[in-house]
Design a protein around this ligand. Structure first.
Ligand code: PGA
Length: 247
């Protein structure tokens, strides 16, 4: 399984970053799971470039632009040069800050063009009784993937992150049956967008209040390939427990 630690803007302290990296490296020697650390961009640059461990690194976002006179933009090329392997695209916290579906699709294109593995985040803000949340997620997947080359679409990892479940505790996370149903639905949509049977190999992650108390149930009862973890990934004890629970 893939365990991706989205540090968000929780970590701005070099000492804490070093501790989290050290713990992840230690855990990576004892687990069969793949650990990906996703720090804020400057910290990513400090750790990813000289990394020789089994831990991988990713960025939380990239620019939708290719470069040039664009002060403050961090391009996919610059992220790739930092030593990152992955990049989150379309996280709900970036969408909330203004990333439209068009911008998300452009970021996906930039990531793929620069050899980064995109983790495309999708997820509804609320659940309704009429299944509108399903068409919402379908639209997010379609608008992001359709502009990509058919062969590039296979490289995308999808993270299902319902906004209503983000940043809470294990008791507020999605119910395992609902997650299983959603993963099935996402795979059905992906099967329409990806060539041949390749969608069966697409990694689908879940994110939203994953904690040591629920990760094992979520992993066991649904067809997920891993987790995108926010607040629990920056607490050294919780993060170690998460990896151990899945090992
Ligand atoms: P959370 O965040 O684990 O704190 O809910 C997950 C995410 O937003 O990626």
């Amino acid at each position: 399984m893939l365990i991706a630690a989205n540090w968000k803007a929780y970590v701005g302290d070099l000492g804490k970053a070093r501790t989290l990296v050290r713990i992840a490296k230690r855990l990576s020697r004892k687990t069969k799971n793949d650990i990906v650390l996703i720090p804020p961009a400057p910290l990513l640059g400090m750790f990813a470039g000289k990394n020789k461990s089994a831990v991988s690194f990713g960025a939380q976002d990239i620019s939708s632009l290719t470069g040039g006179a664009e002060t403050g933009e961090v391009t996919a090329a610059a992220i790739k040069a930092s030593g990152a392997t992955y990049v989150i695209v379309g996280h709900s916290e970036r969408r909330r800050a203004g990333d439209t579906p068009t911008v998300v699709a452009e970021k996906l294109t930039r990531a793929l063009a620069n050899g980064l593995i995109p983790v495309l985040c999708v997820g509804e803000s609320e659940r309704d009784g009429e299944g509108r949340y399903l068409s919402f997620v379908r639209e997010q997947l379609t608008s992001a993937l359709r502009p990509q080359d058919a062969k590039e679409r296979k490289k995308v990892i999808v993270a299902y992150e319902p906004i209503w479940a983000i940043g809470k505790t294990a008791t507020d996370a999605i119910l395992v049956n609902d997650l299983a149903e959603m993963v099935l639905y996402i795979r059905k949509v992906l099967a329409e967008l990806l060539p041949g049977k390749t969608s069966a190999r697409t990694f689908v992650l879940y994110g939203g209040s994953v904690e040591p108390g629920n990760i094992r149930d979520l992993a066991a009862t649904s067809d997920v390939d891993g987790f995108l973890i926010g607040h629990a990934s920056v607490d050294p004890r919780m993060f170690a427990a998460l990896v151990t629970e899945l090992s």
